[in-house]
Design a protein around this ligand. Structure first.
Ligand SMILES: Nc1ncnc2c1ncn2[C@@H]1O[C@H](COP(=O)(O)OP(=O)(O)OP(=O)(O)O)[C@@H](O)[C@H]1O
Ligand SMILES: [Mg+2]
Length: 285
């Protein structure tokens, strides 16, 4: 299975939301990292056939997705950004309803629902109303609906927004469990959401993909540019002016500042450290 984006662009008047995006997805987990307005949702809306590109082509196993139409869309599971659930529905009714929209027969739907709620840890709340779900449970319910119909491409647009650290970890674990043999694409601006589960990471900014590769490749690409400076409180403004600051840790009088820099920070007490994906993201964006 291959999903190929071939020079996709999307413009809104003179605003170029997405420019010349090319990439070939094969089964695996992909992290799409980028700040607000980078074009992540635009790309995902195009990939799910909810929005038409201005230029370029999307090919699923070599065939244009617009020609495939429904035959393409049935391969797609999608959790859009800020999606609402139906508060008055129980989880069971919600999932049966979506199964109906996806054209699954009732028996198949029942089997899939029972399997899916197990995977997303919602087995015990199948007959509870969605209005009584926490944010994390709602997000898992939305993931559950995306999995109905056993899609081979799963597209998740900021699935962890608003979740606490435990729910984030839980979501991450579920994603790794469902990823087998599928293309899973996760948009986020939280690096930790994808750094350990993504096989490939794409960094976007201003409608363009500015860097892509395996997490370790991206980290390697800025080797020798990440430093930890030891400074006093009074030096902070100067450091912030001169470097991209990734992190700051206060220890009694001393402050340790993690920076990413093209030049060696002579004049400070410093040591070179191994880059993280977070450093790469901050450096690139
Ligand atoms: N319907 C629209 N009309 C006009 N401009 C739009 C529309 N939708 C998106 N844009 C613009 O396209 C650009 C990319 O937006 P997009 O929503 O894809 O970014 P994003 O990376 O998903 O951001 P966020 O992290 O905030 O969700 C932005 O400049 C945005 O203002
Ligand atoms: Mg978005």
């Amino acid at each position: 299975m291959r999903l190929k984006c071939d020079k996709i662009s999307k413009s809104y008047g003179i605003n170029k939301a997405l420019q010349n995006f090319s990439y070939e997805f094969i089964p695996g987990v992909y992290g799409l990292l980028g700040p607000n307005g980078a074009g992540k949702s635009t790309l995902m809306n195009i990939m799910t056939d909810n929005l038409k590109q201005t230029e370029g082509k999307l090919l699923f196993d070599g065939k244009d997705i617009h020609e495939l139409g429904r035959d393409y869309r049935r391969h797609i599971g999608y959790v859009p950004q800020q999606q609402q659930v139906f508060p008055g529905f129980t989880l069971r009714r919600f999932l049966l309803y979506i199964s109906g929209l996806k054209g699954l027969d009732r028996k198949v739907a029942a089997e899939q629902i029972s399997d899916i709620i197990d995977k997303v840890n919602l087995k015990d709340v199948l007959d509870r109303k969605l209005s009584a779900f926490s944010g994390g449970m709602k997000q898992r319910a939305l993931l559950a609906q995306a999995l109905l119909g056993e899609p081979s491409v799963i597209i998740l647009d900021e699935p962890t927004a608003g979740l606490d650290p435990n729910e984030r970890i839980r979501f991450r674990n579920i994603v790794s469990k469902i990823a087998f043999d599928r293309i899973v694409i996760i948009a986020t601006h939280v690096v930790s959401d994808i750094q350990f589960i993504a096989n490939k990471v794409m960094i976007m900014n201003g409608g363009r993909m500015i860097k892509d590769g395996a997490p370790w490749e991206l980290c390697d690409s800025i080797k020798g540019k990440v430093f930890e400076l030891q400074v006093g409180e009074k030096d902070i403004p100067e450091v912030e002016k001169s470097f991209k600051v990734c992190d700051m840790i206060k220890e009694r009088e001393d402050i340790r500042i993690r920076v990413v820099s093209d030049r060696i920070p002579y004049g400070y007490t410093f040591s070179e450290i191994a880059p993280s994906l977070e450093d790469v993201y901050l450096y690139m964006v």
